[in-house]
Design a protein around this ligand. Sequence first.
Ligand code: ATP
Ligand code: FE
Length: 336
Amino acid sequence: TIILGIESSCDDTSAAVIEDCILRSNVIASQKVHEAYGGVVPELASRAHQQNIVPVVSEAIRQAGIDKSQINAIAFTRGPGLPGSLHVGTAFAKGLALALGIPLVDVNHLHGHTLSHFIKEDEHTQVPGFPYLCLLISGGNSQIIKVNAPGDMQVLGQTIDDAAGEAFDKCAKSMGLPYPGGPIIDRLAHEGNPNHFKFAHPHVDGYNYSFSGLKTSFLYTLRDQLKLNPNFVEENKADLAAGLQKTIIEILMDKFSKAIADTGIKTIAIGGGVSANSGVREAVQQYADRHHLKAFIPKRSFTTDNAAMIAVAGYFKYLDHQYCDITLPPFARVTI
Ligand code: ATP
Ligand code: FE
């Protein structure tokens, strides 16, 4: 079975081809226009998707070495995401499915991140067994999800304010770093002392997260120190990054480990853009080793937005004959 996946929820235009979960191509055009604005500008994002969508899909089909006529179904991101961005991928997927006379499958972007471990690079790639516990940490979400089956997910906990990615990006922005700041903090943190600065830990019920208190305490530290020394950020950026990253990891692991212990689930996974973070990856792997769990840490290119994960999530729905109607509109605020 050959599935073409299309992803356009935020600022990456991506198309991928899979054959029974085995990756044949995964093309991603990242939009650079937003860097100067310190965040994604929706109107610019949808325009860039319009420019990229045809070349990106053509390139994915070319790299897969297939002909369009071999595609069995088209999977596209229905939401969550930016409405204007979602419209581009949705409309294109519909047009192509109609032209080829093949089924259309709508995919929840968050299911894509959560199922990204099923993208196989070859026949030998190991995939998680069910149920597994996935820590989904991205630009818009921080959730602990019990995955019972590809279409059966239970959210055990989630953020009550900012997502982990937002905490990285907003704190980085306050340091004067460009968007997205997460990967830059990751790089800087390698050279810094994580214990030089201390930032606030939240107290939240159950398995829920909160990152707004940390963000405020980070901002206050900068504000107070800049009064004393205008070069404070420049002179301490590595220590600030290391302290911030360490605190975010502690917050994430605190609730994730609690959920793992309480559910007794032996297979754990991480997904979403923040799971590219080297400190997060190390912490999850170490926890798994210490507690004799199997951890699935996705390849970095599958952590941030990509169409391969959408194709894989779509493949499972396709097997179940869960096709969608050609009139289905995008849904910006869909949840798991
Ligand atoms: P969602 O999936 O919730 O709709 P999104 O699609 O915008 O949100 P992703 O593309 O999954 O989010 O992830 C982007 C986020 O990942 C950004 O906040 C970015 O800073 C963060 N990120 C990427 N790489 C790293 C890294 N190495 N360390 C920390 N954060 C990172
Ligand atoms: Fe995403």
